[in-house]
Every structure is written in C-alpha cells, then in structure tokens.
Ligand binder design. Structure first.
Ligand SMILES: [Zn+2]
Length: 141
C-alpha cells in the first residue's frame, strides 16, 4: 500500500524548494516531480523553483478526495477489486454488538470476503434490501 503524504507538518505562509517540500510531506523527490507534472504550481521565477504551502496542501487534499470511493448503503468496498459492489447473492452476515453492526459478505464480483461497519439506525433499511443472517452476542439474548 502506498505511503500517504503528511500534511500536518506544513507551516503556513512559507515557500519550500522541491527537496524541502518532499521531505516535509514524506514523499520521494520523484513523487514530487510527478505532482508538479500533474499540475502542482511552482514559483519558477525563483531558482531553485519554490512551492507555496497553500498550493502544496490543496494539491494533497484534492488528490486524497479523488481517491475516495463512494459506497451505497448496501454496497461493500472490496480491496482486491478496488471498487464497491453489492454482496454476492444479496446475502450478508450481520453481527450486532451494542450500537455497532458489522456486515460481512462475499464480493459480488471476485467472491472475496468484504466487511463494512454500519450504524444500528441503518439496519432496517439494509435489512429490506439484503438477505441478512443476524447474530448477536450471547449476553444480549
Ligand atoms: Zn471483489
């Protein structure tokens, strides 16, 4: 899994060189060069070219938002497929523990095991759409 760039250590109102900025956010200078090719603006009137902190921060945030996958209420995210799918056969196991509900099912495409936590308040709606096998801890019965 690729390492995620850090944005916590970035100080406002500063400009950094490519090497300083790469070290600051914890990525290689090669990754940083790819970011500038992807549209991270450089202040190239200076030598070495400088990067404004606000540009750097918004580039990293936009990159993270672009990677997020929206999952519908009854869809589960499958890591091997890198997409969200409905569970195979519309069936899922449902484990209730207090206010926490964990859905476990098989991916509808690759049949790998997928899990998803949902809130107890969403359970009635999920139950209408999926065939759930509900288990509760024995203390609650
Ligand atoms: Zn899958």
């Amino acid at each position: 899994m690729p390492k995620q760039a850090r944005i916590n250590g970035i100080k406002s109102y500063r400009c950094y060189t490519k090497a300083e900025a790469a070290a600051l956010v914890g990525v290689s200078t090669r990754t940083f060069s790819n970011w500038t090719k992807d549209g991270l603006p450089l202040l190239d009137a200076y030598y070495p070219p400088l990067i404004r902190v606000n540009d750097l921060r918004s580039h990293i945030v936009a990159q993270r938002e672009g990677r997020k996958v929206k999952t519908g209420l009854c869809e589960l995210y499958c890591l091997p497929c890198r997409k969200s799918h409905l569970p195979a056969g519309g069936m899922a196991d449902c484990k209730i523990d207090g206010n926490k509900v964990m859905l476990t099912a098989l991916c509808g495409v690759c049949e790998g095991i997928v899990c998803k936590p949902i809130s107890l308040s969403d359970l009635p709606e999920v139950r209408c759409k999926l065939d759930l096998t509900i288990t509760q801890p024995e203390a609650a019965l």
